[in-house]
Design a protein around this ligand. Structure first.
Ligand code: HMG
Ligand code: MG
Length: 283
Protein backbone atom coordinates (compact mmCIF):
# COMPACT_ATOMS: atom_id res chain seq x y z
CA UNK A 1 0.00 0.00 0.00
CA UNK A 2 1.17 3.51 -0.78
CA UNK A 3 2.53 5.60 2.05
CA UNK A 4 0.17 8.23 3.41
CA UNK A 5 0.59 12.00 3.30
CA UNK A 6 -1.89 14.14 5.20
CA UNK A 7 -2.97 17.53 3.96
CA UNK A 8 -4.07 19.72 6.86
CA UNK A 9 -6.62 22.09 5.38
CA UNK A 10 -6.13 25.69 6.56
CA UNK A 11 -8.22 27.51 3.94
CA UNK A 12 -11.09 28.61 6.19
CA UNK A 13 -8.56 30.25 8.56
CA UNK A 14 -5.28 31.13 6.84
CA UNK A 15 -7.05 31.38 3.51
CA UNK A 16 -9.81 33.73 4.54
CA UNK A 17 -8.22 35.79 7.33
CA UNK A 18 -6.72 38.26 4.87
CA UNK A 19 -9.78 38.86 2.68
CA UNK A 20 -10.84 42.50 2.64
CA UNK A 21 -14.54 41.75 2.06
CA UNK A 22 -16.26 40.60 5.25
CA UNK A 23 -17.44 37.16 4.22
CA UNK A 24 -20.87 36.15 5.58
CA UNK A 25 -20.68 33.40 8.19
CA UNK A 26 -23.01 31.17 6.10
CA UNK A 27 -20.43 31.11 3.29
CA UNK A 28 -17.67 30.12 5.71
CA UNK A 29 -19.83 27.37 7.18
CA UNK A 30 -20.65 26.07 3.69
CA UNK A 31 -16.94 25.94 2.85
CA UNK A 32 -16.06 24.02 6.02
CA UNK A 33 -18.94 21.60 5.45
CA UNK A 34 -17.76 20.96 1.90
CA UNK A 35 -14.21 20.36 3.17
CA UNK A 36 -15.54 17.93 5.77
CA UNK A 37 -16.99 15.87 2.92
CA UNK A 38 -13.66 15.91 1.04
CA UNK A 39 -11.95 13.61 3.53
CA UNK A 40 -9.67 15.93 5.53
CA UNK A 41 -8.93 14.70 9.05
CA UNK A 42 -8.08 18.19 10.33
CA UNK A 43 -9.53 21.52 9.21
CA UNK A 44 -8.47 24.86 10.68
CA UNK A 45 -11.58 26.98 10.60
CA UNK A 46 -11.36 29.48 13.46
CA UNK A 47 -9.03 32.02 15.01
CA UNK A 48 -9.71 33.57 18.39
CA UNK A 49 -7.52 36.63 17.97
CA UNK A 50 -8.29 40.30 18.50
CA UNK A 51 -11.05 41.37 16.07
CA UNK A 52 -9.24 44.72 15.80
CA UNK A 53 -6.22 42.90 14.41
CA UNK A 54 -8.04 40.44 12.16
CA UNK A 55 -11.68 41.48 11.64
CA UNK A 56 -12.39 38.63 9.22
CA UNK A 57 -12.01 36.05 12.01
CA UNK A 58 -14.34 37.82 14.48
CA UNK A 59 -17.16 35.35 13.75
CA UNK A 60 -15.08 32.25 14.52
CA UNK A 61 -17.45 31.21 17.31
CA UNK A 62 -20.41 31.35 14.93
CA UNK A 63 -18.51 29.29 12.36
CA UNK A 64 -17.79 26.54 14.88
CA UNK A 65 -21.40 26.68 16.08
CA UNK A 66 -22.82 26.43 12.56
CA UNK A 67 -20.80 23.69 10.91
CA UNK A 68 -21.96 20.10 10.60
CA UNK A 69 -19.31 18.14 12.43
CA UNK A 70 -18.15 15.06 10.62
CA UNK A 71 -17.14 12.28 13.01
CA UNK A 72 -13.39 11.80 13.04
CA UNK A 73 -12.62 15.33 11.81
CA UNK A 74 -10.80 17.72 14.12
CA UNK A 75 -11.89 21.35 13.80
CA UNK A 76 -8.95 23.53 14.83
CA UNK A 77 -8.58 27.10 16.06
CA UNK A 78 -5.73 29.56 16.59
CA UNK A 79 -5.41 30.77 20.17
CA UNK A 80 -2.77 33.48 20.81
CA UNK A 81 -3.44 33.86 24.54
CA UNK A 82 -5.66 32.64 27.40
CA UNK A 83 -8.56 34.81 26.28
CA UNK A 84 -8.48 33.19 22.84
CA UNK A 85 -8.12 29.76 24.41
CA UNK A 86 -11.18 30.21 26.62
CA UNK A 87 -13.21 31.44 23.64
CA UNK A 88 -12.05 28.44 21.58
CA UNK A 89 -13.07 26.01 24.33
CA UNK A 90 -16.47 27.71 24.68
CA UNK A 91 -16.96 27.41 20.91
CA UNK A 92 -16.10 23.71 20.94
CA UNK A 93 -12.80 23.70 19.02
CA UNK A 94 -11.37 20.16 18.91
CA UNK A 95 -7.79 21.35 19.00
CA UNK A 96 -5.97 24.64 19.40
CA UNK A 97 -2.81 26.16 18.03
CA UNK A 98 -0.30 28.59 19.46
CA UNK A 99 1.65 30.53 16.89
CA UNK A 100 5.10 32.00 17.29
CA UNK A 101 7.83 33.24 15.01
CA UNK A 102 11.49 32.52 14.42
CA UNK A 103 12.11 36.21 13.69
CA UNK A 104 11.67 39.13 16.07
CA UNK A 105 10.34 41.49 13.39
CA UNK A 106 7.41 39.28 12.46
CA UNK A 107 6.69 38.34 16.08
CA UNK A 108 6.30 42.00 16.94
CA UNK A 109 4.21 42.81 13.85
CA UNK A 110 1.96 39.77 14.12
CA UNK A 111 1.32 39.36 17.84
CA UNK A 112 2.87 42.47 19.38
CA UNK A 113 5.39 40.54 21.45
CA UNK A 114 9.04 39.54 21.33
CA UNK A 115 9.71 35.86 20.75
CA UNK A 116 10.44 35.37 24.47
CA UNK A 117 7.29 37.25 25.53
CA UNK A 118 5.20 35.19 23.12
CA UNK A 119 6.57 31.91 24.49
CA UNK A 120 5.69 33.08 28.01
CA UNK A 121 2.17 33.85 26.79
CA UNK A 122 1.83 30.44 25.13
CA UNK A 123 2.93 28.38 28.13
CA UNK A 124 -0.32 28.70 30.11
CA UNK A 125 -2.37 28.17 26.92
CA UNK A 126 -0.59 24.89 26.17
CA UNK A 127 -0.85 23.79 29.81
CA UNK A 128 -4.57 24.57 29.93
CA UNK A 129 -5.19 22.73 26.65
CA UNK A 130 -3.33 19.64 27.83
CA UNK A 131 -5.17 19.71 31.15
CA UNK A 132 -8.47 19.65 29.24
CA UNK A 133 -7.24 16.90 26.95
CA UNK A 134 -7.24 19.18 23.91
CA UNK A 135 -4.40 18.61 21.46
CA UNK A 136 -2.25 21.69 20.99
CA UNK A 137 -0.36 22.36 17.79
CA UNK A 138 2.49 24.84 17.42
CA UNK A 139 3.32 27.11 14.51
CA UNK A 140 6.61 28.78 13.78
CA UNK A 141 6.44 31.58 11.21
CA UNK A 142 9.25 32.92 9.03
CA UNK A 143 11.26 29.70 9.11
CA UNK A 144 13.45 30.78 6.20
CA UNK A 145 12.81 34.45 5.59
CA UNK A 146 11.12 37.34 7.38
CA UNK A 147 9.49 40.30 5.66
CA UNK A 148 11.03 42.61 8.27
CA UNK A 149 14.36 41.00 9.28
CA UNK A 150 15.43 39.20 6.08
CA UNK A 151 17.02 35.71 6.16
CA UNK A 152 16.34 33.68 9.30
CA UNK A 153 18.99 31.33 10.78
CA UNK A 154 17.96 27.65 10.98
CA UNK A 155 19.15 27.61 14.60
CA UNK A 156 16.60 30.31 15.47
CA UNK A 157 13.81 28.11 14.10
CA UNK A 158 15.10 25.09 16.00
CA UNK A 159 15.08 27.06 19.27
CA UNK A 160 11.41 28.00 18.92
CA UNK A 161 10.48 24.46 17.83
CA UNK A 162 12.20 23.10 20.97
CA UNK A 163 10.28 25.54 23.16
CA UNK A 164 6.94 24.51 21.59
CA UNK A 165 7.87 20.84 21.96
CA UNK A 166 8.67 21.40 25.64
CA UNK A 167 5.23 22.98 26.11
CA UNK A 168 3.65 19.77 24.84
CA UNK A 169 2.74 20.60 21.23
CA UNK A 170 1.94 17.31 19.52
CA UNK A 171 3.08 18.73 16.18
CA UNK A 172 4.88 21.85 15.03
CA UNK A 173 4.03 23.41 11.70
CA UNK A 174 6.86 25.26 9.97
CA UNK A 175 5.70 28.37 8.14
CA UNK A 176 7.31 29.85 5.07
CA UNK A 177 5.09 32.81 5.80
CA UNK A 178 6.05 34.95 2.82
CA UNK A 179 6.39 32.03 0.40
CA UNK A 180 9.86 32.93 -0.81
CA UNK A 181 11.75 29.85 0.40
CA UNK A 182 13.63 27.56 -1.97
CA UNK A 183 14.08 23.81 -1.46
CA UNK A 184 17.70 24.47 -0.43
CA UNK A 185 16.55 26.90 2.27
CA UNK A 186 13.87 24.48 3.48
CA UNK A 187 16.34 21.58 3.67
CA UNK A 188 18.89 23.65 5.64
CA UNK A 189 16.15 24.73 8.06
CA UNK A 190 14.75 21.19 8.44
CA UNK A 191 18.18 19.73 9.17
CA UNK A 192 18.44 22.04 12.17
CA UNK A 193 14.86 21.45 13.31
CA UNK A 194 15.12 17.67 13.05
CA UNK A 195 17.71 17.80 15.82
CA UNK A 196 14.88 18.93 18.12
CA UNK A 197 11.77 17.18 16.84
CA UNK A 198 11.28 14.04 14.73
CA UNK A 199 9.86 14.34 11.21
CA UNK A 200 6.63 12.52 12.28
CA UNK A 201 5.81 15.49 14.50
CA UNK A 202 6.57 18.24 11.98
CA UNK A 203 4.40 19.77 9.27
CA UNK A 204 5.32 21.99 6.34
CA UNK A 205 3.26 25.17 5.97
CA UNK A 206 4.34 26.77 2.76
CA UNK A 207 2.94 29.85 1.08
CA UNK A 208 3.43 30.04 -2.65
CA UNK A 209 4.54 33.56 -3.56
CA UNK A 210 7.64 32.31 -5.36
CA UNK A 211 5.90 29.34 -7.02
CA UNK A 212 8.20 26.83 -5.29
CA UNK A 213 5.88 25.59 -2.53
CA UNK A 214 5.30 22.17 -4.13
CA UNK A 215 9.06 21.79 -4.63
CA UNK A 216 9.45 22.67 -0.95
CA UNK A 217 6.88 19.98 -0.10
CA UNK A 218 8.86 17.50 -2.18
CA UNK A 219 12.14 18.44 -0.48
CA UNK A 220 10.45 18.03 2.92
CA UNK A 221 9.11 14.59 1.95
CA UNK A 222 12.71 13.62 1.29
CA UNK A 223 13.52 14.41 4.94
CA UNK A 224 10.57 12.42 6.25
CA UNK A 225 7.77 14.99 6.71
CA UNK A 226 4.32 13.59 5.91
CA UNK A 227 1.97 16.43 6.90
CA UNK A 228 1.50 19.61 4.86
CA UNK A 229 -0.78 22.55 5.44
CA UNK A 230 -2.57 23.88 2.37
CA UNK A 231 -5.62 25.92 1.41
CA UNK A 232 -8.16 25.03 -1.26
CA UNK A 233 -7.93 27.33 -4.23
CA UNK A 234 -4.60 28.69 -2.94
CA UNK A 235 -6.48 31.13 -0.76
CA UNK A 236 -4.78 33.39 1.64
CA UNK A 237 -1.97 35.42 2.98
CA UNK A 238 -1.18 36.88 6.36
CA UNK A 239 -2.24 40.45 7.13
CA UNK A 240 1.08 41.02 8.92
CA UNK A 241 3.28 39.61 6.16
CA UNK A 242 3.21 42.25 3.41
CA UNK A 243 3.52 40.85 -0.08
CA UNK A 244 2.81 37.27 0.93
CA UNK A 245 0.63 35.35 -1.49
CA UNK A 246 -1.72 32.56 -0.60
CA UNK A 247 -1.04 29.20 0.93
CA UNK A 248 0.00 26.53 -1.48
CA UNK A 249 -3.20 25.19 -3.07
CA UNK A 250 -4.51 21.93 -1.63
CA UNK A 251 -5.17 20.68 -5.18
CA UNK A 252 -1.54 21.32 -6.15
CA UNK A 253 -0.12 19.53 -3.10
CA UNK A 254 -2.51 16.60 -3.63
CA UNK A 255 -1.43 16.32 -7.27
CA UNK A 256 2.27 16.51 -6.40
CA UNK A 257 2.19 13.93 -3.62
CA UNK A 258 0.04 11.60 -5.76
CA UNK A 259 2.52 11.93 -8.64
CA UNK A 260 5.27 10.93 -6.20
CA UNK A 261 3.33 7.79 -5.24
CA UNK A 262 1.80 8.86 -1.91
CA UNK A 263 -1.83 8.44 -0.95
CA UNK A 264 -3.68 11.52 0.36
CA UNK A 265 -7.13 10.00 0.86
CA UNK A 266 -9.03 13.03 -0.45
CA UNK A 267 -11.99 13.01 -2.80
CA UNK A 268 -10.64 15.34 -5.47
CA UNK A 269 -14.10 16.07 -6.95
CA UNK A 270 -15.21 17.47 -3.61
CA UNK A 271 -11.89 19.30 -3.20
CA UNK A 272 -12.51 20.92 -6.61
CA UNK A 273 -15.98 21.96 -5.46
CA UNK A 274 -14.46 23.55 -2.32
CA UNK A 275 -11.77 25.27 -4.40
CA UNK A 276 -14.47 26.81 -6.64
CA UNK A 277 -16.33 27.96 -3.57
CA UNK A 278 -13.12 29.46 -2.14
CA UNK A 279 -12.37 31.32 -5.36
CA UNK A 280 -15.88 32.78 -5.45
CA UNK A 281 -15.48 33.91 -1.82
CA UNK A 282 -12.36 35.76 -2.74
CA UNK A 283 -14.42 37.81 -5.17
P1 HMG B 1 -2.17 43.33 21.97
O1 HMG B 1 -2.79 44.60 21.47
O2 HMG B 1 -0.71 43.33 22.22
O3 HMG B 1 -2.82 42.73 23.28
O4 HMG B 1 -2.55 42.18 20.94
P2 HMG B 1 -3.75 43.21 24.41
O5 HMG B 1 -3.79 42.09 25.36
O6 HMG B 1 -3.28 44.57 24.88
O7 HMG B 1 -5.20 43.36 23.75
C1 HMG B 1 -5.56 44.39 22.88
C2 HMG B 1 -7.04 44.32 22.60
O8 HMG B 1 -7.38 43.06 22.01
C3 HMG B 1 -7.88 44.41 23.87
O9 HMG B 1 -9.11 45.00 23.50
C4 HMG B 1 -8.11 42.96 24.22
O10 HMG B 1 -9.26 42.77 24.98
C5 HMG B 1 -8.28 42.33 22.86
P3 HMG B 1 -9.42 46.54 23.78
O11 HMG B 1 -9.22 46.72 25.24
O12 HMG B 1 -8.41 47.31 22.95
O13 HMG B 1 -10.83 46.70 23.30
N1 HMG B 1 -7.88 40.91 22.82
C6 HMG B 1 -8.64 39.95 22.29
N2 HMG B 1 -9.86 39.97 21.70
C7 HMG B 1 -10.34 38.79 21.26
N3 HMG B 1 -9.67 37.63 21.35
C8 HMG B 1 -8.46 37.58 21.93
C9 HMG B 1 -7.90 38.77 22.43
N4 HMG B 1 -6.74 39.06 23.03
C10 HMG B 1 -6.74 40.37 23.27
N5 HMG B 1 -7.80 36.40 22.01
C11 HMG B 1 -2.86 39.91 20.24
C12 HMG B 1 -2.06 40.85 21.11
C13 HMG B 1 -2.13 38.58 20.18
C14 HMG B 1 -4.24 39.73 20.84
C15 HMG B 1 -2.97 40.54 18.85
O14 HMG B 1 -1.68 40.89 18.41
C16 HMG B 1 -3.59 39.63 17.83
O15 HMG B 1 -4.77 39.32 17.90
N6 HMG B 1 -2.80 39.16 16.82
C17 HMG B 1 -3.28 38.18 15.89
C18 HMG B 1 -2.61 38.31 14.58
C19 HMG B 1 -3.08 37.22 13.67
O16 HMG B 1 -4.12 36.62 13.87
N7 HMG B 1 -2.29 36.97 12.61
C20 HMG B 1 -2.62 35.97 11.65
C21 HMG B 1 -2.49 34.58 12.15
S1 HMG B 1 -0.78 34.00 12.20
C22 HMG B 1 -0.46 33.46 10.58
O17 HMG B 1 -1.25 33.66 9.71
C23 HMG B 1 0.79 32.68 10.33
C24 HMG B 1 0.54 31.18 10.17
O18 HMG B 1 -0.38 30.93 9.11
C25 HMG B 1 1.85 30.45 9.87
C26 HMG B 1 2.64 31.08 8.73
O19 HMG B 1 2.14 31.21 7.61
O20 HMG B 1 3.78 31.46 9.03
C27 HMG B 1 -0.05 30.57 11.45
MG1 MG C 1 0.19 30.88 7.02
Amino acid sequence: MAERVEIFEVGPRDGLQNEARLIPVEEKIALVDCLSRAGFRRIECASFVSPKWVPQMADSGAVLAGITRMPGVSYAALTPNMRGFEDAVAAGADEVAIFGSASEGFSKANINATIEESLERFRPVAAAAIERGLPVRGYVSCVVECPYDGPVAPASVARVVAALRDMGCYEVSLGDTIGRATPEGIVAMLKAVLGEMPAERLAGHYHDTGGLACDNVEASLGLGLRVFDAAVGGLGGCPYAPGAAGNVATEAVAARVAALGYEHGLDMDVVAEAADMARRMRG
